[in-house]
Design a protein. Structure first.
Lengths: 405, 141
């Protein structure tokens, strides 16, 4: 068995058949598949030490709490946070964004202040800020994108005003694959006393993330886009910010002392974690991080770069392929259209051939407007994909052209 | 031909295809022969939600019967719209509101279409039924 075959064997779903064909899964930007190590970890948790965390003196509760807190440390190390108390568990990136859009705004934003977002971001990294701005009568500014699908950094510099309080950008564009120049953004923003929030939903699975090296004030990600279960994610925030911010939701665990007159809140990170947390999926996330570390970023990056280059090369040999997003600094996400053929017709035929791609606007409608299109076909790859699978996609695209051309 | 007869005829036509590709080829052909609506009718009020591709459906009420026209920017969607038009167009509001839609299952469209597409299909049927219901109220007044 080759290395890649061994890795594929870790992912049970990769051997299912779809419409009678072996599954070719190219929708990894929507969610990645889970290795059996992750699936087993969840099962083991429920079979052996399921209990509510932090509350019990009994053995199981302590075991569950230990596992829960060990993963917090693991995450802190994984992204190089200064302390595990800077790691807040959320349901996913979207919840993390909503948390900051509420708590940061309540504490730091006043009428007339400005917030900067980008034209290539997911609706999840736009709408919460838009709503928060409406609530606080703040002004939302947008960094435009260039024709190759990169942030217009000159325009960004001009947008930074004395009252710009926050820049919210993604690490990697979910539609175009563009890897944004975070360090440069942080440098410019911090020189302007502006905080930086990074939507890392697509950033975490493609390469090492070091939040201290990036220098960002917040970084959010979802477990399910990095081989972990759905329903668990994380907000990293610098202690200095988190300490000043008020809780986003209220309830159990996040309180310190309650009377009918007043309530004092627990310390970090618990003050942001109301209610019974998703312990099983935290355990699953821990297993996913271990799995990634076991493979190593060097392998993952090499494999994904090879796949990206191969797909781009093969697709560009087909007449009438229009790429959307051709930044040199690109993750293994490829958006394209076939001239004269609707992406939905293409997606339907590809599905019949067992090939899972995503079609549509990918929750980035304003970005589609920039390129004057309604949507794209998006193939997003992971380290477990193969060149043989890309060959099948290419055959599929040729079949689509033959049917609709 | 009654709605049921048109539906049976379609089921029969589709039953000749063993291969999904042939089925799609036929749908694509049907898409090409759709009674398309005028550009000026491609307005938001004729746009059907729930489809990944844009579908416009317009209706005309003449001599107690409803006539449908449709268009879409995707060919397969156009084919599906035309299939519904073949079954439902030219019937009275009551015939349309009373009609069964189980022929879509028999054609094997539901199982062969992706979930979002399926929703689009259901939205189209819902819209056709809504038109019929609206015209039936008009007819009674």
């Amino acid at each position: 068995m080759s290395d890649i075959e061994k890795i594929r064997a870790d992912f049970p779903i990769l051997s299912v058949k779809v419409n009678g064909n072996p599954l070719v899964y190219f929708d990894n930007a929507a969610t990645t598949q889970k290795p059996r190590q992750v699936i087993d970890a969840i099962s083991y948790y429920y079979s052996n030490f399921n209990a509510n965390v932090h509350r019990g003196v009994h053995k199981l509760s302590q075991q569950a709490t230990d596992a829960f807190e060990i993963v917090r440390k693991q995450i802190a190390t994984f992204i190089n946070a200064q302390s595990p108390t800077e790691i807040i568990y959320t349901r996913g990136t979207t919840e993390a964004i909503n948390l900051v859009a509420f708590s940061f705004f309540e504490t730091f934003i006043k009428e007339g202040d400005e917030i900067i977002v980008s034209a290539l971001d997911h609706h999840s990294n736009l709408v919460p800020w838009q709503m928060a701005c409406a609530r606080k009568k703040a002004v939302l500014k947008v960094i435009p994108v260039t024709i190759v699908g990169e942030l217009d950094m000159q325009a960004f510099q001009k947008l930074l005003a004395p009252n710009t309080r926050l820049v919210a950008v993604s690490h990697v564009s979910n539609t175009l694959g563009t890897i944004n120049p975070l360090k440069e953004i942080v440098k410019l923003a911090h020189a302007n006393n502006t905080a930086v929030f990074v939507d890392g939903a697509q950033g975490m699975s493609h390469g090492k993330v070091d939040v201290q090296d990036i220098g960002c004030d917040f970084y959010a990600f979802s477990g399910h886009k990095m081989y972990a279960p759905m329903g668990i994610g994380c907000l990293y925030g610098k202690t200095e910010w988190l300490e000043k911010m008020n809780p986003y939701q209220y309830g159990g665990e996040m309180i310190q002392k309650v009377s009918f007159e007043c309530t004092t809140f627990n310390e970090l990170p618990y003050k942001f974690e109301a209610g019974t947390p998703n312990v099983a999926d935290v355990v699953g996330l821990g297993a996913a991080l271990k799995y990634i570390e076991h493979l190593g970023w060097e392998f993952i990056e090499k494999q994904e770069t090879q796949l990206l280059n191969y797909l781009m090369e093969k697709l560009s040999k087909i007449n009438g392929i229009q790429f959307i997003g051709t930044s040199k600094n690109k993750a293994a996400i490829v958006s394209f259209n076939i001239e004269g053929i609707h992406y939905f017709d293409a997606g339907t035929i590809l599905d019949h051939m067992g090939i899972a791609v995503r079609t549509g606007s990918h929750c980035t409608q304003p970005l589609m407007d920039v390129f004057h299109i309604e949507g794209t076909i998006r193939a997003s790859m992971a380290f477990y994909n193969t060149v043989e699978e890309i060959d099948k996609l290419i055959k599929g695209v040729e079949k689509v052209k033959q049917l609709f051309g | 031909m009654t709605i049921q007869e048109s539906a049976d005829k379609l089921v029969n036509e589709f039953s000749q295809f063993d291969d999904w590709m042939d089925k799609y080829n036929y749908l694509i052909e049907m898409g090409k022969s759709i009674p398309t609506i005028d550009e000026k009718e491609k307005v938001d009020s004729n746009l059907i939600s729930g489809c990944q591709s844009r579908v416009w459906l317009s209706s005309e009420y003449k001599d107690g019967k409803i006539y449908f026209k449709a268009d879409s920017d995707a060919v397969i969607t156009k084919g599906i719209a035309n299939l519904l038009i073949r079954v439902f167009s030219g019937h009275t509001p009551k015939e349309i509101t009373d009609a069964d839609t189980d022929f879509l299952d028999k054609i094997g469209l539901k199982e062969h279409l992706s979930p979002t597409r399926s929703n689009g299909l259901l939205s189209m049927i819902k819209q056709i039924k809504m038109y019929a219901y609206a015209y039936s109220l008009k007819g009674n007044s």
